[in-house]
Design a protein around this ligand. Structure first.
Ligand code: ZN
Length: 406
C-alpha cells in the first residue's frame, strides 16, 4: 500500500478505537470517515488483493452478509462490516480493522452499490430485492433498479448472484453475462406489478411471474428453497438448520450458499457454519427478563414488517416505532402494512411515534395497549414469550435497555 494509505489506515483504526472507548458505538463510521479524508482512495487500496463479495438489497442484507461471511470462513479469514455500517465509511473501517485477509464480504447500502463496485472491484455482487423504503428521502424502486443496471453494465467481469423472484432485480441483473439466479421467495410484491422494461402489467401464478407485454419473465433459478432446505445447481437438496427464525432466513441461507459457491465453497462445507450464527447485532436475539423470553425482530419497511409477522409466534407482541433520521421522518408507510396477522394476540405499542401506530391499528381493527417504557411492557405480559418488532432507532433503544444484546 502507498504510504498515504498506510497512514490513513492507522489513523482510521485509532479513531474507531477511541470512539469505541468513549462508548459512542462501534466507531466504524467515524474511523472510515477520517481515513477517507486523509486518503480518498483508501477503500480501493484496502480492497486490493482481496476476493470480495458485495451484498445489496432493501431487506435481508445484514443477515445474508453475516451468513455469507460465515460460509466463506471455510477458506480463511474474512473481513466484514458486521455492525451494519454499510456505506463506504463503514467498508473502509471494516477492511482497515480486519488487516490483510484474503476475503471480504461487505453489506452495501443500495444507493452506494455503483460506487463501491467501482472502488473495490468485487468478484461477486449479490442482489437480494428492491422494495419501498423511506420514500421521503430514498429513491423510488424503479430508479434504484436503473442505477444497479447501469453499475453492472460497467463491470461485465463481475459475477452476479441475483433473486429470480423479484422482477426489478431480474431486470437490473439480466444485462450481465455472468448471472447465477436464486429463488428465495418474495412475500411482498406490491412494488413490482409493472414491468420495468416495457411498462406492461406483470402477472404471477404458482411462484412464477412474467410480463404481459414483453419477454421479461422469471429466469430458472439454479439455487432454490424447497421445504426447510436448499436445492443446489446439481439438483441436490440440503437440509438447512439455522438458529435464525422464519422462511425468509432459509432464503437468506440459499443466497449465502450461492455466493460462497462462487468462491468454490460447497454447501456441505458451508452449512455447519451457517448453523453457528445465532443473532446479528441484536436481530433475532433472545433475552430472558423476569420470566419473559424477549425476542427482538428488526423491521424497517412494509416488506420487512410482513416478514416479521411471519416469524413472530402467536404470543404477546410489542410494536415500537420512532421517526428519527435513520428511520425516515415519514411514518405513512405504516398504511402499506397489513396488521391483520396480529389479530387474536395481545398487542402493545410504544416508541416516539406510538400514536401513529395507534391510529393505524384502529384502522385495521386491532386492539392494543399503549405502554410508555420497555419495563412497563414486560410487566404487562404474562411469563413466557414476548415478541418485539421495532424499526431502526426504536430497536436500538430497546437493545440498549437490554444492555446492548448482540
Ligand atoms: Zn415488459
Amino acid at each position: 500500500m502507498p504510504l498515504r494509505a498506510k497512514v490513513a489506515t492507522s489513523v482510521s483504526k485509532t479513531a474507531a478505537a477511541l470512539s469505541r472507548a468513549a462508548g459512542r458505538g462501534d466507531g466504524s463510521v467515524i474511523g472510515g470517515w477520517i481515513g477517507l479524508k486523509i486518503d480518498p482512495d483508501l477503500l480501493g487500496h484496502l480492497a486490493a488483493g482481496r476476493a470480495i463479495a458485495l451484498v445489496s438489497g432493501t431487506n435481508g442484507k445484514t443477515t445474508t452478509t453475516r451468513l455469507a461471511a460465515a460460509a466463506l470462513g471455510v477458506l480463511g479469514p474474512v473481513a466484514t462490516n458486521s455492525f451494519g455500517a454499510n456505506m463506504p465509511t463503514g467498508h473502509t473501517s471494516a477492511l482497515a480493522k480486519a488487516g490483510a485477509t484474503p476475503f471480504a464480504v461487505l453489506e452495501v447500502d443500495e444507493h452506494y452499490l455503483a460506487r463501491v463496485i467501482d472502488e473495490t472491484n468485487p468478484r461477486v455482487v449479490a442482489l437480494l430485492n428492491l422494495s419501498r423504503d423511506q420514500l421521503d428521502r430514498a429513491k423510488e424502486v424503479a430508479m434504484m433498479a436503473q442505477m444497479w443496471r447501469t453499475a453492472l453494465a460497467g463491470h461485465p467481469d463481475v459475477s452476479v448472484v441475483a433473486n429470480a423472484d423479484d422482477p426489478l432485480v431480474v431486470w437490473a441483473a439480466r444485462g450481465s453475462s455472468r448471472v447465477t439466479w436464486f429463488s428465495a421467495g418474495q412475500r411482498w410484491i406490491d412494488d413490482s406489478w409493472v414491468c420495468p422494461e416495457s411498462g406492461d402489467a406483470i402477472e404471477r401464478a404458482n411462484g412464477d411471474w412474467w410480463c404481459t407485454g414483453c419477454p421479461l419473465r422469471r429466469p430458472n433459478p439454479q439455487w432454490r428453497v424447497e421445504d426447510d432446505g436448499v436445492v443446489d445447481p446439481r439438483g441436490d437438496w440440503h437440509l438447512v438448520k439455522l438458529q435464525l427464525p422464519g422462511s425468509v432466513n432459509i432464503g437468506n441461507a440459499a443466497t449465502a450458499l450461492a455466493v460462497a459457491a462462487e468462491f468454490g465453497v460447497r454447501p456441505i462445507e458451508a452449512l455447519p457454519r451457517l448453523a453457528t450464527v445465532s443473532s446479528i447485532a441484536g436481530r433475532y436475539a433472545q433475552v430472558d427478563r423476569e420470566g419473559r423470553n424477549i425476542r427482538l425482530l428488526l423491521a424497517k419497511n412494509p416488506a420487512s414488517w410482513l416478514e416479521a409477522f411471519d416469524m413472530a409466534e402467536q404470543a404477546p407482541t410489542l410494536l415500537s416505532i420512532n421517526a428519527r433520521d435513520p428511520d425516515g421522518f415519514d411514518t405513512s408507510w405504516l398504511y402499506d402494512v397489513d396488521f391483520a396477522p396480529l389479530h387474536n394476540r395481545p398487542v402493545l405499542i410504544t416508541g416516539e411515534r406510538a400514536y401513529d401506530l395507534a391510529v393505524r391499528l384502529e384502522v385495521n381493527g386491532i386492539p392494543f395497549r399503549h405502554v410508555l417504557t420497555f419495563d412497563e411492557a414486560i410487566r404487562s405480559v404474562p411469563p413466557g414469550r414476548l415478541e418485539v418488532i421495532a424499526n431502526y432507532t426504536a430497536f436500538q433503544d430497546i437493545r440498549a435497555e437490554l444492555d446492548r444484546v448482540n
